[in-house]
Design a binder for this molecule. Structure first.
Ligand code: C5P
Length: 398
C-alpha cells in the first residue's frame, strides 16, 4: 500500500474568542499524525497563551516578526516553507481583510503572503461582522485567490447573539483539514454503500435488529466523498448524520435495502456492503401487538435476500466489497465468505471489537492474501481502505 507522507501544518491563531478552540484543534491534528507548528498574532495572545500552545505542540510558538532566534532573521520565510498548508483558525474579520488585501504587518500575515503552499482559513466573528459587505467582499476575494474557507457555522455566539459566524468545531475542522490532503482517487466514480443495521418487524411494536451503529459505513462514505466519489449511502436505522455531500436513502428492513440497491446499482462503479443485514425476517409479522400468554411463542423466520451476493452475481457487476464481522476464526470465515459471495475484496473485523465502538482493526482479504489495517479510529481506517480499494479497482478495470 502506498505510504502517505506526514503532513506539516502551520497553525496560525488570530485574536478572537474562538482561539481557545485552537488548542483542541492542535491536539486533534497531531492525533491524526500531522506535525503542527504554531504562530500567533499579538491579539491572539490575549485569548490563549503561547505557553499553552507550546506545551501541546512541543515546539516553540512564533509570535514576533522581529524574533532574533531565526538564524537568518527570516522566520516568515522559514515557517511558510516548512509547511504543507497554512491553517488560520480562528481567522478574525480583521485578519481576513488583511489577507484579502495582501497586507503584511506582523509575522502571521507576512508568512501568509510569503507562502508557497495552500492556505486554509476558518472564519470566526460576530454575525454582523460576518454579514458586513466588507467581510463578504474579502471572503469572495480569498475564494477567488484559491484560499480554502472552512465555515463559519451558525449558532449561539460568545457575545450572546445567534447567527452565522461561529468557528466550526475543532473536530469538524480537523476532519476537513485531513480531507483536504486526500488524493481525489474516485473522481467521476459512483460508489454505492450500505450501512447500519436492518430492523425486521415482529409486530406493531417489536422487531429484530442488531447492534451495528453504522459508524464504519458512514466513515467509508465520508472517505469516499473526500476522495472525489459520488456517494449513495443506503442506511438502516442509525443515530448518525449523513456525511455532507452523500445522497442518503433511509431504509428500515433488509427487503427495503435490497429494493433501493437494485434501483441504484445500475450505473455504480463500486458497491461496498457494510450493512449488518438481518439474515432472516419474520414470515408473517403481526399488524397488532402480540399479546403475552403463558404459552411459548414460536416465530417462523424466512431468509432475507443476500444483497451483496445479488450485486456480485449481476451480469456486469460493479467492483464489490463485502464485510464480515466474526466473533471467532476471522481469517477462515472471512475467506470462506469471499469465495461464497464471489467478491474480489472482503473486509474482516472482530464483532466484539467493532460493533458500536469508535475504533476498529480491519483485515483485508483478496486474491493477493490478507492485509491488516491496525487499530485506529474508523475514519482513518476508512481512508486506508478506500486507498486499497482504489488500487484493486484500477487493477480490476484494466
Ligand atoms: O451476514 P454476513 O456475514 O453474510 O455478511 C457479509 C456481507 O454480506 C456484508 O458485506 C453484508 O453487508 C452482506 N450481506 C448482504 N445481505 C445479506 C446479508 C449480508 O448484503 N442478507
Amino acid at each position: 500500500m502506498e505510504q502517505q507522507s506526514v503532513k506539516r501544518i502551520l497553525l496560525g491563531i488570530t485574536g478572537g474568542i474562538a482561539a481557545y478552540k485552537a488548542a483542541e484543534l492542535l491536539r486533534l491534528l497531531m492525533k491524526q499524525g500531522m506535525e503542527v507548528q504554531v504562530a500567533m498574532t499579538e491579539a491572539a495572545g490575549h485569548f490563549i497563551t503561547p505557553t499553552t500552545m507550546q506545551g501541546l505542540s512541543g515546539k516553540p510558538v512564533f509570535t514576533d516578526q522581529w524574533d532574533a532566534s531565526a538564524p537568518n532573521g527570516m522566520a516568515h520565510i522559514n515557517l511558510s516553507r516548512a509547511a504543507d498548508a497554512i491553517v488560520i483558525a480562528p481567522a478574525t474579520a480583521d485578519f481576513i481583510a488583511k489577507l484579502a488585501h495582501g497586507l503584511a504587518d506582523d509575522l502571521l500575515s507576512t508568512l501568509c503572503l510569503a507562502r508557497n503552499c495552500p492556505l486554509i482559513v476558518a472564519p470566526a466573528m460576530n454575525r454582523e461582522m460576518w454579514q458586513n459587505a466588507a467581510t463578504q467582499r474579502n471572503i469572495a476575494q480569498l475564494l477567488a485567490d484559491g484560499v480554502r474557507v472552512l465555515g463559519p457555522d451558525c449558532g449561539m455566539q460568545a457575545c450572546g447573539e445567534e447567527g452565522m459566524g461561529r468557528m466550526l468545531e475543532a473536530e469538524r475542522l480537523a476532519q476537513d483539514i485531513a480531507a483536504f490532503f486526500q488524493p481525489r482517487r474516485f473522481l467521476g466514480r459512483k460508489i454505492l454503500i450500505t450501512a447500519g443495521p436492518t430492523y425486521e418487524v415482529i409486530d406493531a411494536v417489536r422487531g429484530i435488529t442488531n447492534r451495528s451503529s453504522g459508524k464504519m459505513g458512514y466513515a467509508i462514505a465520508r472517505a469516499a466523498l473526500e476522495q472525489g466519489a459520488e456517494v449513495v449511502l443506503v442506511s438502516g436505522p442509525t443515530a448518525l448524520a449523513k456525511p455532507h455531500g452523500a445522497q442518503g436513502v433511509d431504509v428500515v428492513s433488509a427487503a427495503q435495502m435490497f429494493e433501493v440497491v437494485q434501483q441504484q446499482v445500475g450505473d455504480c462503479d463500486i458497491f461496498i456492503g457494510v450493512a449488518a443485514v438481518a439474515d432472516y425476517r419474520v414470515a408473517q409479522p403481526s399488524e397488532q401487538k402480540i399479546k403475552k400468554s403463558a404459552a411459548t411463542l414460536t416465530l417462523e423466520l424466512v431468509p432475507n435476500p443476500d444483497i451483496l451476493a445479488y450485486v456480485a452475481g449481476l451480469p456486469k457487476p460493479p467492483f464489490c466489497v463485502g464485510f464480515a464481522a466474526e466473533s471467532e476464526d476471522l481469517a477462515k470465515h472471512a475467506e470462506q465468505k469471499r469465495c461464497v459471495k464471489n467478491v474480489p475484496l472482503l473486509v474482516g473485523n472482530l464483532a466484539q471489537q467493532a460493533i458500536g465502538s469508535d475504533d476498529n482493526e480491519l483485515v483485508l482479504f483478496d486474491d493477493s492474501g490478507s492485509h491488516v489495517l491496525p487499530r485506529a479510529d474508523k475514519l482513518t481506517l476508512a481512508r486506508l481502505l478506500m486507498q486499497h480499494i482504489a488500487q484493486r479497482y484500477e487493477g480490476a478495470s484494466k
